[in-house]
Design a protein around this ligand. Structure first.
Ligand SMILES: [Zn+2]
Length: 272
């Protein structure tokens, strides 16, 4: 009898510990906005090699699960639709290369300036409209090379305090493109990668941002260079980085905050 009571007590204690832990996990907030109830415009197309449809389906399914209100567009003409562009909270774009007309560029940039967030990855955001310098000014970077083609590389989280990267450790990503980018040195860099020089010896030790955040007037901009193949996001840390960045960018209209200008060069060089 005593033994049974003892076992019962043990079970009760174990149960309350596990429920407590579960409850504890539920109430822990990660300081990021959610996309629930937000109007998200998902735009995809451009170069086929990046499987824009596969990527968009994956992100679209996640957005639905998170209860966002999603509009999908396979054309850039949507950027000229003032009604849509003024009502959305954020844009997720996956469009490699291609061209933006002047009207499309204006529509897109005006929306972001007014507080619509924009997020995306790889060539879908960082190699989109090579002729549009105004677009590149907004995103804060442009792809220029991926030495070695598909390789394995390491991603280092350099800001572990930011709500986007908090809880994500350095990770490795396999058989994909390591992006060498020209970037705005005033963006707030969250993660980097270091080139080992195996393919282009003269860049051995070069450190290039993998993920950053910035503002373009009132709009939040988030970029991550991973994603040559949508399967890159099977790596849990890569998926976490992308989705947490999306969530951050979705919050510009909810909460205005200080700009994220984070210069890496001194404004003046003092010589002794
Ligand atoms: Zn690629």
């Amino acid at each position: 009898m005593k033994k049974i009571l003892c076992i019962r007590m043990m079970i009760t204690i174990l149960l309350s510990i596990s429920i407590g832990t579960l409850y504890g996990q539920e109430v822990i907030k990660d300081e990021l906005p959610t996309v629930k109830g937000k109007r998200v415009l998902l735009v995809y197309g451009g170069w086929d090699g990046h499987q824009p449809g596969v990527f968009s389906q994956r992100v679209g399914e996640w957005l639905e699960k998170e209860e966002a209100i999603v509009t999908v567009s396979e054309t850039l003409e949507i950027y000229t639709n003032k009604e849509v562009m003024s009502s959305i909270d954020m844009i997720i774009q996956y469009w490699t290369m291609g061209e933006l007309s002047k009207e499309q560029e204006k529509g897109l940039l005006t929306a972001v300036k007014n507080g619509t967030g924009i997020a995306g990855c790889h060539g879908g955001l960082g190699d989109s409209f090579r002729k549009s310098t105004a677009y590149q000014y907004m995103i804060g970077g442009q792809w220029v090379a991926h030495p070695g083609g598909k390789i394995d590389y390491k991603v280092s989280i350099i800001n572990t305090e930011d709500p986007i990267t908090k809880g994500i450790s350095d990770f490795e990503i396999k058989n994909t493109e390591q992006y060498y980018m020209h970037i705005d040195p005033n963006s707030q860099v969250l993660a980097t990668t270091t080139f080992d020089g195996a393919y282009d010896y003269w860049i051995k030790g070069a450190v290039i941002p993998v993920a950053w955040k910035k503002h373009f007037a009132k709009g939040r901009v988030f970029y991550v260079s991973i994603g040559h193949d949508p399967k890159d996001f099977d790596t849990p840390s890569a998926w976490k980085l992308l989705t947490k960045g999306i969530r951050w960018a979705s919050g510009s209209k909810e909460k205005t905050e200080k700009n994220n200008v984070s210069p890496i060069y001194p404004s003046k060089i003092t010589r002794n």
